[in-house]
Design a protein around this ligand. Structure first.
Ligand SMILES: Cc1cc2nc3c(=O)[nH]c(=O)nc-3n(C[C@H](O)[C@H](O)[C@H](O)COP(=O)(O)OP(=O)(O)OC[C@H]3O[C@@H](n4cnc5c(N)ncnc54)[C@H](O)[C@@H]3O)c2cc1C
Length: 408
């Protein structure tokens, strides 16, 4: 187990500087264009693939980094460049984690490379869980997967929504109900391979922020996938369902939800994205406050402005510390006794929204225009308090974990 540290080691510093260079030289200059176009920035993803940032190898190296700081560092730097473009680059990784966490070795080896493609022919992947009537309330999911034993195939029907890369992905990971009696314990994840009949993109959403990232509905109409596409395999699923049925029969004894532990481990990554956006806006505001003059002196000469910058930086550093702590806990298998993963995501996402709004205020009229990046960063930051669980849901999770009570 690696000791918790607040300092990156030499190798990590090198990777961070390399990522920062890419974010500064390639991502940031392209940000305004792709925000306006509201399209997936394929040339930037390709560029990231060429240098090795968009690759399974790089992502896995950071994901398994024993200090736990690889993923937060990567997210912070890329999202410092631009949130929409960065999500287009890391969205595949988020789907890949679903396979890494639940898939067999064979499934990992078969499907993850197809999620990325190669530098000359890049592909993306999508993770499809949310539905029109099942957002925060995941247990209301209706997409159904039924096993056709004669053909050893699963037949999936339903409508997914809000899927990042939905419909344009080479590989879709789809969560579906396999036993409706068991609520969220009766869900399973499936790979839908490239070109599978019956999967189609529905509406593509026009969004407030992160507009370079593609978000769409995914319609599944009698989608048939081989038995081998059930993540983890049928034997493991049957054993898990049998355990859940037994617990339900014994009278609703509280079952430790494996999905919750997964969320605690994945939420700090979203917190790190928020730290990246917040830091970017703070840096623009600090520089502006030092150079913009009113009343014959730089505006930072006023405590009203300087104190805001002091608060912004304090909150960003606090957010990063919460994120790093939770990431370190996740890689070391520490129990999240105070929902520290949710805590980090809650604080970092709220910080990003607040800090980007303060940055607009410090830039005055300029902050409100698209001539400066802080207005885009503010629009982008609003996603962090919504996806991977809203702020209200984070508070619910933290409060339930602290109290052991089923707070609603
Ligand atoms: C840009 C974008 C990308 C996304 N990418 C993906 C993706 O790749 N894959 C995927 O599966 N999903 C994705 N999502 C979906 C996202 O995770 C959901 O939007 C989110 O979980 C909230 O669900 P909802 O939108 O249905 O809101 P709702 O659940 O309807 O919530 C509406 C409001 O009610 C509040 N609320 C709900 N229940 C409670 C409660 N019990 N107590 C207090 N307040 C409550 C919420 O906090 C929120 O403020 C994405 C969403 C967006 C916008």
């Amino acid at each position: 187990m690696a000791e918790f540290t607040m300092e990156l080691n030499d190798e990590q510093k090198e990777v961070r500087d390399w990522l920062h260079g890419f974010a500064a030289d390639v991502i940031r200059p392209a940000a305004a264009e792709w925000d306006e176009r509201e399209e997936t920035p394929w040339p930037v993803i390709q560029e990231a693939a060429k240098v090795g940032i968009y690759s399974l190898d790089f992502y896995a190296q950071q994901y398994f980094d024993a200090t736990g700081l690889g993923i937060p560092m990567t997210m912070e730097e890329l999202f410092w460049g631009d949130a929409g473009i960065a999500l287009s680059i890391v969205g595949t990784g988020l789907a890949a984690v679903g396979v890494l966490a639940n898939g067999t070795e064979e499934q990992i080896g078969t499907w993850i490379p197809q999620m990325y493609g190669d530098a000359n022919d890049v592909k993306v992947a999508a993770f499809c869980s949310s539905e029109p009537d099942a957002g925060s309330d995941v247990a209301s999911m209706r997409t159904r997967a039924v096993y056709d034993e004669a053909k050893d195939e699963w037949v999936i029907n339903g409508t997914k929504t809000w899927a990042t890369n939905g419909g344009i992905a080479n590989v879709h990971v789809v969560v579906a109900v396999v036993d409706p009696e068991l609520g969220s314990k009766g869900h399973a994840s499936f790979i839908v391979p490239p070109g599978t009949k019956g999967l189609a993109q529905g509406q593509k959403f026009k969004k407030h922020g992160i507009r370079a990232s593609h978000t769409a509905e995914v319609i599944l109409d009698d989608v048939r996938v081989p038995g081998s596409c059930l993540l983890g395999g049928k034997e493991k699923l049957d054993a898990r369902l049998a355990r859940a049925r037994e617990k339900a029969r014994k009278g609703g004894e509280r079952v430790k939800n494996a999905a919750m532990a997964t969320f605690e481990a994945s939420r700090p990554a979203v917190g790190a994205m928020a730290v990246g956006t917040a830091r970017a806006a703070y840096e623009v505001a600090l520089e502006y406050a030092q150079t913009r003059e009113q009343f014959g002196r730089p505006i930072i000469d006023n405590q009203g402005v300087a104190f805001q910058l002091a608060d912004m930086r304090t909150a960003i550093d606090a957010a990063r510390l919460l994120v790093w702590r939770a990431s370190w806990m996740a890689i070391n298998g520490k129990p999240f006794t105070a929902a520290e993963g949710s805590m980090s995501k809650l604080f970092a996402s709220e910080t990003a929204k607040k800090v980007t709004a303060q940055a607009i205020q410090i830039l005055g009229g300029n902050g409100y225009t698209r001539e400066y990046p802080v207005e885009r960063m503010h629009r982008d930051s609003a996603i962090y308090t919504i996806f991977e669980g809203t702020s209200e849901i984070q508070r619910l999770v933290i409060a339930r974990t602290l109290s052991g009570m089923p707070i609603r």
